[in-house]
Write a protein that binds this ligand. Sequence first.
Ligand code: KG4
Ligand code: ZN
Length: 336
Amino acid sequence: MIVLGIETSCDETGVALLDSHGNVRAHGLHSQVDMHRDYGGVVPELASRDHIRRLLPLLEGALASARLRLSDVDAIAVTAGPGLVGALLVGASVAYALGYALDRPVLDVHHMEGHLLSPLLARPKPEFPFVALLVSGGHTQLMRVDGFGAYRLLGETLDDAAGEAFDKTAQLLGLGYPGGPAVSRLAEFGTPSALAFPRPMLHSRDLNFSFSGLKTAVLTAVRQAGNLCEQVRADIARAFVDAVVEVLVRKSMAAVEQAGLRRLVVAGGVSANRQLRAALQRETGRAGIELFFPPPELCTDNGAMIAMAGLAQLQAGAAEKRLGFGVRPRWPLGAD
Ligand code: KG4
Ligand code: ZN
């Protein structure tokens, strides 16, 4: 069986062909970063138009590299939300048109469920149950995952997402968009403990997060520095990264302990972060906890994670064929 996954919820066009064992037969990705950079962030209308331009050529490329034909596709999984409405509609229109033309089921996938299941694309892959730390541009959540569709929220951010904090910090440091990788690289040159930023909610006794105060700490440090020479910028980046990483790691370890599990899975764009990976590896190694990440190229948005979530739905018995379709720009994970 071959599942086609389509992702167009934000600024990445992704397609992938996945077999029934969860092996990626081919995947194609186009990032719109260069197009949005001049505007300092994603411009929704430009995003939608670019998805229209990219999606079908990416699909043709993926089919060719997997040596498959469109008729070999057995089901189509598409991100139905959350995300930008116009961008989501591009993927959904193509998915449902293909479903109709090929007489195949189309499966609506929650974008964050895609991220949540993306570590299953790694080899070795985690067994259920596990605790998942989901860290993306829009979400920071800790979940207990007992199986496909069996997710329980343990804690989440009360304000900014971790990725959003990276992006805002990048802007304040003049690093442009998108900020995560740039802040991470600059932090490597920072002096440890040159600045001390707060660790928001580290001792809150729950599993929630708050990152908006860190943005204020960065802003204050930038203002106080006046002249932002390269070393000062690196020191600020370092202080920021150290604070975010410490909070994410400590709360994840607490979640694993409270859940009584020995397995941690980390997914979403920020899971590509080098410092976070290193700190988690160190701490879980010390505590004898198994740690899993998606393959690096599948940490940020992609079609393979959407195909994986679609495959999970199929294996749970979903095979309905529908003509009408809609998207859900706002869609809490776990809501019907
Ligand atoms: O999962 P994703 O691609 O899209 C959303 O669903 O939001 O995550 C994008 C976020 C952005 O905020 C980006 O700055 C962040 O992930 N990100 C990183 C890194 N790579 C991407 N943050 C820190 N370090 C990175 N290496
Ligand atoms: Zn995402």
